[in-house]
Design a protein. Structure first.
Length: 385
Protein backbone atom coordinates (compact mmCIF):
# COMPACT_ATOMS: atom_id res chain seq x y z
CA UNK A 1 0.00 0.00 0.00
CA UNK A 2 1.36 3.38 -0.98
CA UNK A 3 1.98 5.69 1.92
CA UNK A 4 -0.47 8.40 0.90
CA UNK A 5 -3.28 5.85 0.78
CA UNK A 6 -2.82 4.58 4.35
CA UNK A 7 -5.65 5.20 6.88
CA UNK A 8 -5.04 8.30 8.96
CA UNK A 9 -5.32 8.70 12.72
CA UNK A 10 -8.04 11.33 12.49
CA UNK A 11 -10.39 9.19 10.41
CA UNK A 12 -13.29 8.16 12.70
CA UNK A 13 -12.97 4.50 13.69
CA UNK A 14 -10.55 3.93 10.81
CA UNK A 15 -13.37 3.97 8.29
CA UNK A 16 -11.38 3.42 5.12
CA UNK A 17 -9.21 5.48 2.82
CA UNK A 18 -10.04 9.03 1.80
CA UNK A 19 -8.29 11.78 -0.11
CA UNK A 20 -9.08 14.84 -2.17
CA UNK A 21 -6.96 17.15 -4.31
CA UNK A 22 -6.84 20.90 -3.89
CA UNK A 23 -4.66 22.49 -6.55
CA UNK A 24 -1.23 20.89 -6.46
CA UNK A 25 -1.34 20.01 -2.78
CA UNK A 26 -2.81 16.93 -1.13
CA UNK A 27 -5.37 17.34 1.63
CA UNK A 28 -7.78 15.05 3.41
CA UNK A 29 -11.46 14.98 2.60
CA UNK A 30 -14.47 12.72 2.99
CA UNK A 31 -14.64 11.04 -0.42
CA UNK A 32 -14.57 7.21 -0.18
CA UNK A 33 -12.16 5.65 -2.66
CA UNK A 34 -12.17 2.43 -4.65
CA UNK A 35 -8.95 0.57 -5.32
CA UNK A 36 -8.55 -1.07 -8.72
CA UNK A 37 -5.65 -2.79 -10.39
CA UNK A 38 -4.75 0.36 -12.31
CA UNK A 39 -5.56 3.05 -9.79
CA UNK A 40 -8.28 4.48 -7.57
CA UNK A 41 -11.74 5.66 -8.44
CA UNK A 42 -14.36 7.48 -6.44
CA UNK A 43 -17.84 6.03 -6.08
CA UNK A 44 -20.80 5.35 -3.82
CA UNK A 45 -20.28 3.56 -0.50
CA UNK A 46 -23.46 1.55 -0.86
CA UNK A 47 -22.31 -1.94 -1.77
CA UNK A 48 -20.44 -4.73 -0.04
CA UNK A 49 -17.03 -6.10 -1.03
CA UNK A 50 -16.98 -7.29 -4.65
CA UNK A 51 -15.16 -7.04 -7.96
CA UNK A 52 -16.73 -5.79 -11.15
CA UNK A 53 -15.85 -6.36 -14.77
CA UNK A 54 -17.27 -4.40 -17.69
CA UNK A 55 -15.58 -6.09 -20.68
CA UNK A 56 -17.91 -8.53 -22.47
CA UNK A 57 -16.80 -12.14 -22.43
CA UNK A 58 -16.57 -15.14 -20.12
CA UNK A 59 -16.67 -14.37 -16.43
CA UNK A 60 -13.71 -15.25 -14.27
CA UNK A 61 -13.85 -18.05 -11.74
CA UNK A 62 -16.23 -17.62 -8.83
CA UNK A 63 -13.41 -17.43 -6.34
CA UNK A 64 -12.55 -13.93 -7.58
CA UNK A 65 -16.17 -12.78 -7.35
CA UNK A 66 -16.08 -11.20 -10.83
CA UNK A 67 -19.35 -10.10 -12.40
CA UNK A 68 -20.04 -8.70 -15.83
CA UNK A 69 -22.96 -6.47 -14.89
CA UNK A 70 -22.15 -2.79 -14.86
CA UNK A 71 -23.95 -1.77 -11.70
CA UNK A 72 -23.20 1.44 -9.81
CA UNK A 73 -19.44 1.12 -10.32
CA UNK A 74 -19.42 -0.12 -13.92
CA UNK A 75 -18.75 3.34 -15.31
CA UNK A 76 -15.76 3.84 -13.02
CA UNK A 77 -13.99 0.61 -14.03
CA UNK A 78 -11.53 0.67 -16.92
CA UNK A 79 -12.13 -1.54 -19.93
CA UNK A 80 -11.35 -5.14 -19.10
CA UNK A 81 -10.27 -4.34 -15.56
CA UNK A 82 -11.64 -5.42 -12.19
CA UNK A 83 -12.82 -2.85 -9.70
CA UNK A 84 -13.00 -3.49 -5.96
CA UNK A 85 -15.04 -1.61 -3.37
CA UNK A 86 -13.43 -1.30 0.05
CA UNK A 87 -15.96 -1.37 2.93
CA UNK A 88 -15.71 1.69 5.12
CA UNK A 89 -15.87 0.22 8.61
CA UNK A 90 -18.70 0.18 11.14
CA UNK A 91 -21.25 2.21 9.20
CA UNK A 92 -20.84 0.04 6.12
CA UNK A 93 -20.94 -3.11 8.25
CA UNK A 94 -24.20 -2.07 9.93
CA UNK A 95 -25.76 -1.13 6.60
CA UNK A 96 -25.26 -4.60 5.15
CA UNK A 97 -25.80 -6.51 8.38
CA UNK A 98 -29.06 -4.97 9.51
CA UNK A 99 -31.12 -7.82 8.04
CA UNK A 100 -28.72 -10.60 9.03
CA UNK A 101 -28.86 -12.81 12.11
CA UNK A 102 -26.69 -12.10 15.12
CA UNK A 103 -24.45 -15.04 14.26
CA UNK A 104 -23.77 -13.68 10.77
CA UNK A 105 -22.13 -10.45 11.87
CA UNK A 106 -20.91 -8.56 14.89
CA UNK A 107 -22.23 -5.06 15.22
CA UNK A 108 -19.19 -4.15 17.32
CA UNK A 109 -15.76 -5.27 16.17
CA UNK A 110 -14.70 -6.02 19.76
CA UNK A 111 -16.98 -6.88 22.68
CA UNK A 112 -15.39 -5.36 25.76
CA UNK A 113 -15.17 -7.54 28.86
CA UNK A 114 -16.38 -5.71 31.97
CA UNK A 115 -14.96 -6.46 35.40
CA UNK A 116 -15.14 -4.50 38.69
CA UNK A 117 -11.74 -3.06 37.87
CA UNK A 118 -12.54 -2.03 34.29
CA UNK A 119 -16.17 -0.87 34.18
CA UNK A 120 -15.68 2.62 35.60
CA UNK A 121 -16.32 4.32 32.23
CA UNK A 122 -19.53 2.36 31.68
CA UNK A 123 -20.70 3.03 35.22
CA UNK A 124 -19.99 6.73 34.78
CA UNK A 125 -22.07 6.85 31.59
CA UNK A 126 -24.99 5.09 33.32
CA UNK A 127 -24.75 7.38 36.34
CA UNK A 128 -24.58 10.58 34.26
CA UNK A 129 -27.52 9.72 32.00
CA UNK A 130 -30.45 12.13 32.56
CA UNK A 131 -32.78 9.11 32.48
CA UNK A 132 -32.14 5.36 32.43
CA UNK A 133 -34.23 2.36 31.37
CA UNK A 134 -32.77 -0.99 32.49
CA UNK A 135 -33.90 -4.15 30.67
CA UNK A 136 -32.76 -7.38 32.33
CA UNK A 137 -33.19 -11.00 31.25
CA UNK A 138 -33.96 -13.57 33.95
CA UNK A 139 -32.50 -17.04 33.26
CA UNK A 140 -28.72 -16.82 33.02
CA UNK A 141 -28.73 -13.10 33.86
CA UNK A 142 -30.53 -12.48 37.16
CA UNK A 143 -30.57 -16.20 38.00
CA UNK A 144 -27.88 -18.82 37.24
CA UNK A 145 -28.84 -21.48 34.69
CA UNK A 146 -30.43 -24.59 36.23
CA UNK A 147 -31.10 -28.07 34.78
CA UNK A 148 -34.84 -27.39 34.79
CA UNK A 149 -36.61 -23.98 34.67
CA UNK A 150 -38.42 -24.48 37.96
CA UNK A 151 -35.06 -24.95 39.71
CA UNK A 152 -33.68 -21.56 38.60
CA UNK A 153 -33.74 -19.05 41.43
CA UNK A 154 -32.55 -15.42 41.40
CA UNK A 155 -29.40 -14.47 43.25
CA UNK A 156 -29.99 -13.48 46.89
CA UNK A 157 -31.19 -9.90 47.22
CA UNK A 158 -32.10 -9.52 43.53
CA UNK A 159 -35.70 -8.43 44.15
CA UNK A 160 -34.60 -5.83 46.70
CA UNK A 161 -31.86 -4.60 44.36
CA UNK A 162 -34.28 -4.12 41.46
CA UNK A 163 -36.77 -2.41 43.76
CA UNK A 164 -34.13 0.07 44.93
CA UNK A 165 -33.07 0.72 41.34
CA UNK A 166 -36.67 1.35 40.22
CA UNK A 167 -37.29 3.88 43.01
CA UNK A 168 -34.40 6.10 41.92
CA UNK A 169 -35.39 9.32 40.09
CA UNK A 170 -35.66 8.99 36.31
CA UNK A 171 -35.01 5.23 36.31
CA UNK A 172 -37.26 2.46 35.01
CA UNK A 173 -36.64 -1.30 35.25
CA UNK A 174 -38.06 -4.17 33.22
CA UNK A 175 -37.42 -7.91 33.54
CA UNK A 176 -37.66 -9.47 30.08
CA UNK A 177 -37.96 -13.25 29.82
CA UNK A 178 -39.26 -16.17 27.82
CA UNK A 179 -41.27 -17.26 30.86
CA UNK A 180 -44.83 -16.16 31.60
CA UNK A 181 -45.00 -12.65 33.02
CA UNK A 182 -46.91 -13.82 36.11
CA UNK A 183 -44.20 -16.37 36.84
CA UNK A 184 -41.46 -13.74 36.61
CA UNK A 185 -43.35 -11.41 38.92
CA UNK A 186 -43.54 -14.16 41.54
CA UNK A 187 -39.83 -14.99 41.22
CA UNK A 188 -38.66 -11.37 41.39
CA UNK A 189 -41.38 -9.51 43.34
CA UNK A 190 -40.62 -5.80 43.28
CA UNK A 191 -42.88 -2.79 43.05
CA UNK A 192 -42.68 -0.29 40.23
CA UNK A 193 -41.08 -2.51 37.57
CA UNK A 194 -42.27 -4.02 34.28
CA UNK A 195 -42.50 -7.77 33.67
CA UNK A 196 -42.22 -8.76 30.01
CA UNK A 197 -43.11 -12.40 29.37
CA UNK A 198 -42.93 -14.83 26.43
CA UNK A 199 -40.21 -12.78 24.72
CA UNK A 200 -42.49 -9.74 24.54
CA UNK A 201 -45.87 -11.36 23.85
CA UNK A 202 -47.24 -10.17 27.21
CA UNK A 203 -46.43 -7.28 29.54
CA UNK A 204 -47.37 -6.66 33.16
CA UNK A 205 -47.23 -2.92 33.81
CA UNK A 206 -46.31 -1.37 37.17
CA UNK A 207 -49.93 -0.21 37.65
CA UNK A 208 -51.22 -3.79 37.32
CA UNK A 209 -52.36 -3.66 33.69
CA UNK A 210 -51.69 -6.67 31.45
CA UNK A 211 -51.32 -6.38 27.69
CA UNK A 212 -50.92 -9.05 25.01
CA UNK A 213 -49.46 -8.94 21.52
CA UNK A 214 -52.09 -8.29 18.87
CA UNK A 215 -53.62 -11.45 17.45
CA UNK A 216 -51.89 -13.83 19.84
CA UNK A 217 -55.20 -15.35 21.00
CA UNK A 218 -55.59 -16.97 17.58
CA UNK A 219 -52.35 -18.89 18.14
CA UNK A 220 -53.95 -21.38 20.53
CA UNK A 221 -55.27 -23.82 17.96
CA UNK A 222 -51.94 -23.97 16.14
CA UNK A 223 -50.07 -24.64 19.37
CA UNK A 224 -52.54 -27.40 20.23
CA UNK A 225 -51.74 -29.12 16.95
CA UNK A 226 -48.03 -28.66 17.56
CA UNK A 227 -48.34 -30.15 21.04
CA UNK A 228 -50.09 -33.27 19.71
CA UNK A 229 -47.47 -33.79 17.01
CA UNK A 230 -44.56 -33.27 19.40
CA UNK A 231 -46.02 -35.55 22.08
CA UNK A 232 -46.10 -38.31 19.47
CA UNK A 233 -42.64 -37.59 18.03
CA UNK A 234 -40.78 -37.09 21.32
CA UNK A 235 -42.43 -39.66 23.57
CA UNK A 236 -39.51 -42.10 23.23
CA UNK A 237 -36.70 -39.57 23.78
CA UNK A 238 -35.29 -39.63 27.30
CA UNK A 239 -34.51 -36.26 28.89
CA UNK A 240 -36.72 -34.32 26.43
CA UNK A 241 -39.86 -32.63 27.69
CA UNK A 242 -42.44 -30.09 26.50
CA UNK A 243 -43.38 -26.92 28.38
CA UNK A 244 -46.76 -25.41 27.51
CA UNK A 245 -46.67 -21.62 28.05
CA UNK A 246 -50.19 -21.10 26.65
CA UNK A 247 -48.97 -18.65 24.00
CA UNK A 248 -45.76 -20.54 23.22
CA UNK A 249 -44.47 -24.12 23.24
CA UNK A 250 -40.95 -24.98 24.39
CA UNK A 251 -39.06 -28.24 23.90
CA UNK A 252 -36.32 -28.58 26.55
CA UNK A 253 -33.31 -30.83 25.84
CA UNK A 254 -30.84 -29.81 28.56
CA UNK A 255 -31.06 -33.22 30.27
CA UNK A 256 -31.03 -35.24 27.04
CA UNK A 257 -28.17 -37.03 25.33
CA UNK A 258 -26.63 -35.62 22.17
CA UNK A 259 -28.48 -38.17 20.03
CA UNK A 260 -31.80 -37.28 21.67
CA UNK A 261 -31.10 -33.56 21.21
CA UNK A 262 -30.54 -33.99 17.49
CA UNK A 263 -33.70 -36.07 17.14
CA UNK A 264 -35.75 -33.54 19.14
CA UNK A 265 -34.46 -30.61 17.08
CA UNK A 266 -35.35 -32.42 13.87
CA UNK A 267 -38.86 -33.21 15.14
CA UNK A 268 -39.55 -29.62 16.23
CA UNK A 269 -38.33 -28.24 12.89
CA UNK A 270 -40.51 -30.72 11.00
CA UNK A 271 -43.61 -29.74 13.00
CA UNK A 272 -42.80 -26.05 12.54
CA UNK A 273 -42.41 -26.39 8.78
CA UNK A 274 -45.60 -28.43 8.48
CA UNK A 275 -47.75 -25.94 10.40
CA UNK A 276 -46.25 -22.91 8.65
CA UNK A 277 -47.08 -24.51 5.31
CA UNK A 278 -50.70 -24.64 6.53
CA UNK A 279 -50.64 -20.92 7.41
CA UNK A 280 -49.65 -20.90 11.08
CA UNK A 281 -48.09 -17.57 12.20
CA UNK A 282 -45.29 -19.39 14.00
CA UNK A 283 -41.54 -19.08 14.10
CA UNK A 284 -38.95 -21.41 15.61
CA UNK A 285 -36.61 -19.99 18.22
CA UNK A 286 -33.46 -21.90 19.18
CA UNK A 287 -32.01 -20.94 22.56
CA UNK A 288 -29.86 -22.53 25.27
CA UNK A 289 -30.91 -26.21 25.07
CA UNK A 290 -34.46 -25.24 24.10
CA UNK A 291 -36.46 -25.11 20.88
CA UNK A 292 -39.48 -22.85 21.14
CA UNK A 293 -42.45 -22.22 18.87
CA UNK A 294 -43.73 -18.68 19.31
CA UNK A 295 -45.74 -16.07 17.42
CA UNK A 296 -43.97 -14.73 14.37
CA UNK A 297 -42.57 -11.21 14.71
CA UNK A 298 -42.76 -11.09 18.52
CA UNK A 299 -39.38 -10.74 20.22
CA UNK A 300 -37.62 -8.99 23.08
CA UNK A 301 -36.32 -6.18 20.88
CA UNK A 302 -39.78 -4.99 19.88
CA UNK A 303 -40.96 -5.16 23.50
CA UNK A 304 -37.98 -3.10 24.68
CA UNK A 305 -38.62 -0.45 22.03
CA UNK A 306 -42.30 -0.29 22.98
CA UNK A 307 -41.52 0.32 26.65
CA UNK A 308 -38.72 2.75 25.82
CA UNK A 309 -41.19 4.85 23.81
CA UNK A 310 -43.34 5.31 26.92
CA UNK A 311 -40.46 6.84 28.87
CA UNK A 312 -38.45 10.02 28.42
CA UNK A 313 -37.03 10.71 24.98
CA UNK A 314 -33.54 11.27 26.39
CA UNK A 315 -33.48 7.99 28.33
CA UNK A 316 -30.39 5.81 27.96
CA UNK A 317 -31.30 2.14 27.43
CA UNK A 318 -29.36 -0.60 29.19
CA UNK A 319 -30.00 -4.22 28.27
CA UNK A 320 -28.37 -7.33 29.77
CA UNK A 321 -29.04 -10.88 28.61
CA UNK A 322 -27.33 -14.22 28.06
CA UNK A 323 -29.25 -15.93 25.26
CA UNK A 324 -29.73 -15.76 21.51
CA UNK A 325 -33.20 -14.35 22.18
CA UNK A 326 -31.57 -11.24 23.65
CA UNK A 327 -29.68 -10.56 20.42
CA UNK A 328 -32.94 -9.21 18.95
CA UNK A 329 -32.81 -6.42 21.54
CA UNK A 330 -29.07 -5.84 21.10
CA UNK A 331 -29.63 -5.21 17.40
CA UNK A 332 -32.65 -2.90 17.47
CA UNK A 333 -31.86 -0.66 20.45
CA UNK A 334 -30.28 2.75 19.73
CA UNK A 335 -26.57 2.82 19.02
CA UNK A 336 -25.83 4.55 22.34
CA UNK A 337 -27.48 1.77 24.36
CA UNK A 338 -25.37 -0.07 26.94
CA UNK A 339 -25.85 -3.67 25.81
CA UNK A 340 -24.29 -6.46 27.87
CA UNK A 341 -24.01 -10.15 26.99
CA UNK A 342 -23.68 -12.45 30.01
CA UNK A 343 -21.35 -15.23 28.91
CA UNK A 344 -18.29 -16.98 30.28
CA UNK A 345 -16.68 -17.01 26.83
CA UNK A 346 -16.45 -14.52 23.98
CA UNK A 347 -19.33 -15.52 21.69
CA UNK A 348 -20.50 -13.74 18.52
CA UNK A 349 -22.88 -11.04 19.67
CA UNK A 350 -24.27 -7.62 18.79
CA UNK A 351 -23.73 -6.43 22.37
CA UNK A 352 -21.08 -3.82 23.14
CA UNK A 353 -19.98 -5.35 26.44
CA UNK A 354 -19.75 -8.70 28.16
CA UNK A 355 -19.73 -9.92 31.76
CA UNK A 356 -18.83 -13.48 32.62
CA UNK A 357 -21.42 -14.39 35.27
CA UNK A 358 -24.74 -13.26 36.75
CA UNK A 359 -22.84 -12.50 39.95
CA UNK A 360 -20.67 -9.97 38.11
CA UNK A 361 -23.76 -8.30 36.65
CA UNK A 362 -25.28 -8.12 40.12
CA UNK A 363 -22.16 -6.30 41.34
CA UNK A 364 -22.52 -3.83 38.47
CA UNK A 365 -26.17 -3.18 39.33
CA UNK A 366 -25.29 -2.58 42.98
CA UNK A 367 -22.58 -0.11 41.95
CA UNK A 368 -25.11 1.58 39.64
CA UNK A 369 -27.60 2.01 42.49
CA UNK A 370 -24.92 3.59 44.66
CA UNK A 371 -23.69 5.87 41.85
CA UNK A 372 -27.14 7.19 40.94
CA UNK A 373 -28.17 7.48 44.58
CA UNK A 374 -25.24 9.80 45.21
CA UNK A 375 -26.44 12.11 42.42
CA UNK A 376 -30.15 11.87 43.25
CA UNK A 377 -30.01 15.11 45.24
CA UNK A 378 -29.01 17.08 42.15
CA UNK A 379 -31.81 15.47 40.07
CA UNK A 380 -35.08 16.04 41.92
CA UNK A 381 -37.27 14.97 38.98
CA UNK A 382 -39.51 11.94 39.39
CA UNK A 383 -39.89 8.89 37.21
CA UNK A 384 -41.95 9.23 34.06
CA UNK A 385 -44.43 6.60 32.99
Amino acid sequence: MRREFAPRWHEPRGQGIRRCQAGSRWCFGVKPLYRGRTGIRRGLASQSLRRRRTRPGPARSAQYGCVRTKGPHGGAARHGRSQQHLPLGRQDRERHGQNCGAQAFRRHAVTELLTPGSWSHVLAALARAPALFCFLDYDGTLAPIAPRPEAARPLPGTADLLGRLATLPNVQVAVVSGRRAEEISSLVPASGIYYVGLHGAEILWPDGRRSLAEGIEHLARWLEQARRHLDHELSQLEGVWIEDKRYALACHVRLATETARVAAASAVRKVHDRLCAEGAPLELLEGHCVYELRMRGVHKGNAALRLLATFRADALPMYAGDDATDEDAFRVLPSNAVTIRVSACDVPTAARYRVETPETLSQLLKALVEARSSTAGSSPQTNGQ
